[in-house]
Design a protein. Structure first.
Ligand code: 13P
Ligand code: SF4
Length: 322
């Protein structure tokens, strides 16, 4: 597929080469940003890319802050910049270190697994870390009967329904405002209209939506499944950036958002103009740093997470639609 780039995109592509910059973008970025990125993926895939040795002189991370922090920790030699430092995931801001300490006191000896969507301070109190694409595998790899898990209660439900490990919520109210908006009526309505469609939901969606979907998985798994499925109509329950990407990459398939209002305002703070500015100026305020005292522990648990295989083929709830 040949790509027609805008003048601004061409300028960024030229400068990126000149400055030896690596641009990483999350699947929820707008399509114009995805087009100029070196790599687009889910949290786990982006963490892995950040950790790869490379000859780059800077990384520009178009995602929310906790993701850019992950890159800064895993790639200590290369400065990491975020196009808009105000791109903060509200789910990550939700959980503070004190809440984790209180749970640890309540359940002494029970390991704490935190979702990667957390602040560095919260991660510093965790024993293990996971993404949506590695949550089940990380929890199962521990060989224990129960774990403390959070902050996303819907992801906790997903893990609970896919393992025999008892899951103690860090916070039963923890959720992502984008994914919590999905409901089963939206899904049922579209399923009635497109009976042969394949419905895929992100595990941050409420459990009832997960159960009604044909598959559940990370955004990376969604990209893989849509590429491999024979289904011509795919219903997607996640953020709209993913829909744009899937439709662009698969013009022969009909990609339908289950809810068009699912837009992450924080992910959308990044723009091409801001990426260009960072490339040209390397501004201090866009440099991503993590307090030194947190770094060794977080690096260790991130590296440990990167060793798990992660979500390969999707978790099939029902047989794949034809
Ligand atoms: P993924 O790791 O599946 O891309 O999810 C990240 C996220 O923030 C979902 O809201
Ligand atoms: Fe955070 Fe939700 Fe946005 Fe993902 S979609 S970055 S969990 S607010």
């Amino acid at each position: 597929m040949t790509q027609n780039f805008s003048e601004l995109q061409k300028k960024i592509l030229r400068l990126k080469k000149e400055k030896k910059a690596l641009i990483l973008a999350h699947n929820y970025q707008t399509i114009d940003i995805q087009e100029i990125a070196d790599f687009v993926g889910d949290s786990l895939q982006l963490a892995r890319k950040s950790a790869e040795p490379n000859g780059y002189e800077m990384i520009i991370f178009a995602g929310v802050k906790f993701m850019a922090e992950m890159a800064a920790i895993l790639s200590p030699e290369v400065p990491v910049y975020i196009p808009d430092p105000r791109a903060l995931c509200p789910l990550a801001a939700y959980l503070d270190a004190e809440k984790i300490c209180a749970k640890k006191k309540e359940y002494p000896g029970v390991p704490v697994v935190v979702y990667v969507n957390t602040t560095a301070a919260a991660k510093s109190e965790a024993d293990y870390i996971c993404t949506s694409g590695s949550a089940v595998e990380v929890v199962e790899s521990l060989g224990v009967n129960r774990v403390i898990f959070g902050p996303d209660a819907n992801l906790a439900d997903y893990v609970r329904t896919h393992t025999n490990v008892e899951i103690i919520d860090l916070d039963e109210e923890g959720h992502c405002y984008v994914h919590d908006k999905f409901d089963t009526d939206m899904l049922k309505e579209l399923k009635a209209k497109y009976p042969n469609s394949l419905a895929i939901a992100h595990p941050e969606c409420p459990l009832e939506v997960q159960t009604a979907a044909d598959m559940i998985g990370s955004t990376g798994m969604m990209a893989k499944t849509v590429a491999e499925t024979k289904s011509k109509v795919i219903l997607i329950a996640t953020e709209m950036g993913m829909i744009q990407q899937l439709q662009k990459n698969h013009p022969d398939k009909k990609i339908i958002p289950i809810f068009e209002g699912a837009v992450c305002r924080q992910m959308k703070k990044h723009t091409l103009e801001k990426i260009l500015y960072v490339l040209e100026e390397r501004p201090e305020e866009n440099l991503v740093t993590v307090p030194e005292e947190y770094v060794p522990h977080i690096r260790q648990i991130l590296e440990q997470m990167n060793k798990v295989k992660g979500q390969g083929p999707a978790t099939a709830v029902t047989a794949e639609a034809s």
